[in-house]
Structure formats: structure tokens, C-alpha cells
Design a binder for this molecule. Structure first.
Ligand code: THU
Length: 130
């Protein structure tokens, strides 16, 4: 399953719209029910308007009614590991617990697995309102 997700993430990376940074990113998100949603970064001439690959994938899944996720693969560069930006960490934490896995892949045989709880400890989420 990890290999399939990595391949799907690199496939989505092909569609990245990154004319400003030149840095293409793809993501493949697996729901608990076994569906895969892909995403890529989509930049904008007004730079902050652009969206990262991770939030694209999550937004596609959530808008399809999905709420439970088990893992996301991020495919950025094949020479360095690409980790989610701070905004994406917060976005993902809305839907994912500490055990959600983030896989940063350089290729199908070179990747790192990190847990949400490591990427964003002491999360601000809905429980903070209690
Ligand atoms: N980017 C992502 O899509 N995901 C990441 O994990 C890191 C950064 C995008 C945002 C922007 O379009 C480009 O990469 C350079 O920052």
C-alpha cells in the first residue's frame, strides 16, 4: 500500500502548478475506508493565495464527505525529504490524531514515516474549546 501511495503522490506531482517557486509537490491521502485522494500544489500570482499539495488532497477528501484518515504521502524533491509547512500541519491536525502517519518520499524505496504527534505536538484543536 505504501508503494501505491508513493506512486500516486508522484503522479499527482506531475499536475502541480508551480510557475513561481518551480517546486512541484504531490500528495496521496488514504482514508480509513481505503480510498485514495491525491493533490498537488497550486500557486498564484498573488503568492499567499497558493495552496499546498497536502491541503488540496485533504480538501478534496473532506468535500467528498471523508473525515477519517490514516496516512498521507508527500512527494516533493527526489533528493531531499519534503515535510508539511506549518499551515498544513494545523490543517491536518483538525482531522487527524497523533497516530496519523505522514510519509515524506523521495522515491518508492527512500522515504521517512513520521507521526502527526511528532510533527505538531500540543495541538490547538476542538478540544481546546472545552
Ligand atoms: N509546498 C507544498 O505543496 N507542500 C509542502 O509540504 C511544502 C511546500 C509547496 C508550496 C509552494 O507552492 C511550493 O511548495 C514552494 O514552497
Amino acid at each position: 500500500m505504501i508503494n501505491e501511495l508513493i506512486e500516486r503522490a508522484f503522479g499527482a506531482r506531475e499536475n502541480a502548478y508551480a510557475p513561481y517557486s518551480g517546486f512541484k509537490v504531490g500528495a496521496a491521502l488514504l482514508t480509513e475506508s481505503g480510498k485514495i485522494y491525491t493533490g498537488c500544489n497550486v500557486e498564484n500570482a498573488s503568492y499567499p493565495v497558493g495552496i499546498c499539495a497536502e491541503r488540496t488532497a485533504f480538501s478534496k477528501a473532506v468535500s467528498d464527505g471523508e473525515r477519517k484518515f490514516s496516512v498521507i504521502v508527500i512527494a516533493g524533491s527526489s533528493s531531499t525529504y519534503c515535510y508539511p509547512c506549518g499551515m498544513c500541519r494545523q490543517f491536518m491536525a483538525e482531522f487527524c490524531g497523533d497516530d496519523f502517519e505522514i510519509i515524506s518520499a523521495k522515491s518508492t524505496d527512500d522515504y521517512r514515516i513520521i507521526k502527526m504527534g511528532e510533527l505538531l505536538p500540543y495541538t490547538f484543536d476542538s478540544s481546546s474549546f472545552e
